[in-house]
Ligand binder design. Structure first.
Ligand code: BGC
Length: 341
């Protein structure tokens, strides 16, 4: 079932998508997921993402809560890249680097949308040539579809010039419905490697084996037990804020809150994810008058390796004119049987 509410702002709507298992409240402003309800083991339907009550509160580009991020997610070194011998300069909105597509990234744009059927909404946005410094008119389609206990997001894009693209969703998950922070959540990531970052959060190109590091989530691990380890990379990022490189092409991330019993499995066609333990939240007030502090949520941002355009010769984030970018990420919610001790 899909219901639409207008907001105070012209051309911006709030769309309620609901089935037997999930309720997702999204807006065409940045395709932002404002609320995401799912059941706990007692059958309580609660909201498991951070967000704001009104769309207007998202206009300040605060922490990218729930938005679609692009044209290129995460940082680009000094806001510069070279493609086919031509150097492009992007906005430096996170000095000394470019972050999440700039101050007018996709999370701050109004998408057109249409309701495809009673479980599917399709958003479209034309990112014009030179928008935020990126080359090419990029036609982006983002499709949200409820399939039983899964939200499936499909991204599709074409450009009339060679360009770069790395889109993701920046939802902040807290499976306890914010009764606690996420330090007691358990995380499993099918990744043998992670990318090191510098003091500004920029991936340096140095890829490290996760073995004997706090980044080894190959077995389910309590987040607290990893984040407290005195590893220089965790200290530098004030927690986890790193790209993980998957060793599997399905069900790559599992997040579990044993108390509520809620489990989230993320599956994607993309090769990695930036995992971020909300290290830079600053105590702002969100919906339900809750205060958002570091560790209050975790972002599981599926994507190509950030800054890849300055790291690898044949970067996967390059989209050639006439080719189509396609990716899919799904968020599947269920409950585990009993709290393990
Ligand atoms: C980045 C963080 C950044 C945050 C902003 C994350 O995707 O990795 O470094 O501070 O987004 O909300």
């Amino acid at each position: 079932m899909i219901d639409i509410n207008n907001t105070k702002t012209k051309n911006i709507d709030i769309i309620h998508m609901k089935n037997e298992y999930l309720e997702v409240v999204v807006t065409n402003y940045g395709c932002t997921i404002m609320k995401f309800f799912c059941m706990d083991k007692e059958g309580q339907f609660e909201d498991v993402v951070l967000g704001y009550e009104t769309v207007e509160q998202y206009f300040q580009c605060d922490a990218y809560l729930g938005g679609v991020i692009g044209r290129v997610a995460n940082r680009i070194d000094q806001g510069t890249f070279t493609l086919d011998g031509k150097t492009y300069k992007l906005e430096i909105n996170n000095p000394p680097n470019h972050l999440h597509g700039g101050n007018s990234g996709f999370n701050n744009q109004i998408f057109d949308y249409k309701i495809i059927d009673d479980v599917t909404v399709q958003f479209v946005y034309l990112s014009k040539d030179k928008e935020e410094g990126y080359p090419g008119n990029l036609q982006l389609t983002v499709t949200y579809r409820l399939e039983n206990n899964r939200l499936v997001i499909k991204y599709n894009a074409t450009s009339d010039k060679d360009t770069i693209i790395n889109v993701t969703n920046h939802s902040y998950f807290n499976l306890s419905a914010k009764k606690e922070n996420i330090l007691d959540h358990y995380l499993q990531v099918k990744a043998d490697e992670f990318a090191c970052i510098d003091k500004n959060g920029l991936p340096t190109g140095w890829i490290e084996d996760v073995t004997r590091t706090p980044f080894d989530f190959r077995e389910e691990t309590r987040i607290l037990d990893s984040i407290e380890l005195p590893h220089p990379q965790v200290v530098l990022a004030k927690g986890i804020d790193h790209p993980f490189l998957f060793n599997s092409d399905t069900n790559q991330i599992t997040l579990t809150d044993r108390k509520s019993g809620r489990r989230l499995v993320v599956s994607t066609t993309l090769p990695g994810a930036q995992i971020y333990t909300a290290n830079y939240l600053e105590g702002k007030i969100g919906k339900y008058k809750q205060k958002y502090n570091p560790r209050d949520a975790i972002c599981l941002e599926t994507q190509f390796l950030p800054n890849e355009i300055n790291i690898r010769e044949d970067a996967e984030m390059i989209l050639r004119k006439g080719k189509t970018y396609e990716s899919m990420t799904s968020y599947c919610f269920d409950v585990i049987e009993d709290e393990k001790s």
